[in-house]
Design a protein around this ligand. Sequence first.
Ligand SMILES: N[C@@H](CCC(=O)N[C@@H](CS)C(=O)NCC(=O)O)C(=O)O
Length: 223
Amino acid sequence: MIIAMKLFELVDGKTRKNFFSPMVWRAKFALNHKNVPYESIALTFTEIPKKIPEACANVTAPTVPTLKLETGEGLQASLAIAEYLERTYPDHPSIFGEDPSEKNLQKFLESYMSSKLHPAFQRLVYIEMYEMQDEENGAYFKSSREKSDGGKTLQELGGDRAANLKEVKENLELIHTALKHSGGYVLGDKPGWADFVLISALIWLNSCAPQTFEEAVLNAIDD
Ligand SMILES: N[C@@H](CCC(=O)N[C@@H](CS)C(=O)NCC(=O)O)C(=O)O
């Protein structure tokens, strides 16, 4: 089989084996759900600005995920990749559902999870994300994150662990209740975009800090 598309992904600098980026996982679930083959190209933070523009001339502000299409063009951002796959492979399993109102709801749930789970997850794993890196990537991660929030250290950016865990629990409870009554997946008996967004966030937390994942997610709610 000829694999025409390439997915640029993120790995840690120390082992190059930890694929922790939630945005990349969203794109991977979308590709796998559609049964679309792709070659994975694993990059560290500091390789992203060099390797992606080298491979895709149209990409000037590189991020992962980037999907290099058969045309050679680089397509950035998880949602844009999912929408492209849905348009291009209409006969493969649907990501957003047949009905436009379902797509709307899937995207609303993406916003919910991005705004209610991601910030606390990020605060819980700043230090681990730093410790997963080699020297060059660690220095990049630390300086870029500290610069982006008014010069706070990674430790300060992490904030209060107990408050972060409380925030995760409160927001997970709503998702937990929805899942309990939905038939297995967020919107029923078939997986879709909202499920990919949720599981990708959980993979992120677990890949960076398995013990925190256990405490914040697995043991957060009684069942
Ligand atoms: N909205 C984009 C976000 C892409 C993004 O921010 N990706 C991060 C990794 S999760 C990145 O490329 N970071 C590069 C960096 O921090 O230098 C998406 O959904 O894909």
